[in-house]
Design a protein around this ligand. Structure first.
Ligand code: C2O
Ligand code: CU
Ligand code: CU
Length: 431
């Protein structure tokens, strides 16, 4: 709905319910329902207002992951919502078409809140960057695919205890896609776009198809790529997204499968963090006759490269021991005051042999180099979260445009939620 001031209004209510992961009813949380939340969708230039109410018995918050917006609307731990309370952030959507998402961010309990089911997708459309030749009929040939792993106890309930051998939190052996275990999708078109979101706490996936067919990677976290990247694998760590377009043949069954992701932690640590695991994720069941869909165009959108020579500032962040630069998150911590509209280069590395991904609020960044070399195609577009292969020196570059607020910080952190909760998070202000 659109209100009198022309704002697109959404209502989200975080509450408790129950959901079946295949072995009976389990207590879960959700937005406007028992598990996960509705897909929100807005167009660039639109002003949005989200009324987020908290019907839980504890405080939470809702963060718009990947969204460019004022810090006071960001939904981090500084915008917490008390039980019974409502928080109503409003902002103007101003970024390229992309697959974003939303989830709680209360410091210390984000992992539990997301694991219990508080998450949803937020799709941004933009007439200038929404390539009409790509499949775009939501629910028909354009499908949200929220992938999460769950650990179930003997009664089919969510087991929230951290496994003894992982220093990274809850790792489960049951895969739920949009909350459904053993899911299938009836496909009626010869091409389908899957908006993959890794909404898991710590598990990374290396997505591909069981028959190893190639598909087109068309978008990453913050928007479409300049050109499709033909590949048979795309790895996503927690928080990352990918838009892929896959072609199916009439009557066939194609299985989206995750094979062991290259975590690079070293043999045993790899195994304890899911680095040896394979899962069938989603079965595509193609109808006997399929509606035609255009080829994926050879060029998609302009992705202007940010030039490190224009950087006003360079900073270094090292992730290690549940800390960033040796410090843990505190409310008052401010690591950087970034000048509004300036470009910065951040050197980011992880070196403690644990699975870390690096996420920055407010901006979409580019990977300018990895160990001094140009990034591979899947890291060449807009990103807000990247897996930090241990020991690899990443240089990322971003412009911190539009919004300054010296009093309200944005976060950057490891998106392994257990690490984030343990304090692997820093803060910056834009001034
Ligand atoms: Cu997806 Cu700071 O979070
Ligand atoms: Cu975020
Ligand atoms: Cu981490």
């Amino acid at each position: 709905t659109v209100d009198a001031e022309g704002r697109r209004v959404f209502d989200l209510r975080a509450g408790a319910g129950s959901h079946d992961f295949g072995r009976g009813a389990a207590p879960t949380w959700g937005f406007n329902g028992s598990y996960l939340g509705p897909t929100l969708r807005a167009t660039r230039g639109e002003k949005v207002l989200v009324n987020v109410s908290n019907a839980l018995a504890e405080e939470t918050s809702v963060h718009w992951h990947g969204m460019h917006l004022p810090a006071a609307m960001d939904g981090g731990p500084h915008q917490s919502i008390a039980p019974g309370g409502t928080w109503s952030p409003t902002w103007t959507v101003n970024q390229p078409a992309a697959t974003l998402w939303y989830h709680p961010h209360p410091h210390g309990t984000t992992a539990e809140h997301v694991y219990r089911g508080l998450a949803g997708m937020f799709i941004v459309d933009d007439p200038a960057t929404s390539v009409g030749a790509l499949p775009h009929e939501y629910g028909v040939d354009d499908i949200p695919v929220i992938v999460q792993d769950k650990r179930l106890d003997g009664d089919g309930r969510l087991d929230e205890s951290n496994p003894a051998f992982s220093g990274a939190g809850i790792l489960g052996g049951t895969i739920a896609v949009n909350g459904t275990v053993d899911p299938f999708l009836d496909v009626t078109t010869e091409r389908v776009r899957l908006r993959l979101l890794n909404g898991s706490n710590v598990r990374s996936y290396d997505f591909g198809f069981a028959d190893d067919r190639r598909f087109a990677l068309v978008g990453t976290d913050g928007g479409l790529l300049s050109a499709p990247h033909g590949t048979n694998r795309i790895m996503l760590s927690p928080g990352e997204r990918a838009e892929i377009v896959v072609t199916v043949r009439a009557g066939e069954r194609a299985i989206l499968r995750s094979t062991p992701p290259k975590l690079g932690l070293g043999g045993i640590a790899d195994r304890f963090n899911g680095g040896a695991d394979s899962f069938d994720i989603l079965e595509l069941r193609a109808a006997p006759t399929l509606a035609a869909r255009p080829q994926v165009p050879a060029r998609l959108v302009d992705v202007p490269r940010l030039d490190p020579a224009t950087a006003a500032q360079r900073r270094t962040f090292t992730l290690s021991g549940h800390s960033i630069n040796g410090r843990k998150m505190e409310h008052e911590r401010v690591d950087a005051a970034v000048l509004k509209d300036s470009v910065e280069v951040w050197k980011v590395t992880s070196n403690d042999g644990e699975p870390h991904s690096f996420h920055v609020h407010d901006v979409q960044f580019q990977v300018s180099t990895m160990d001094g070399k140009a990034p591979p195609p899947q890291l060449a577009g807009w990103k807000d979260t990247i897996y930090l292969t241990p020991g690899v020196r990443f240089e990322i570059i971003a412009r911190f445009a539009d919004y300054a607020d010296p009093a309200t910080p944005y976060m950057f952190h490891c998106h392994t939620l257990y690490h984030e909760d343990r304090g692997m998070m820093g803060q910056f202000v834009v001034v």
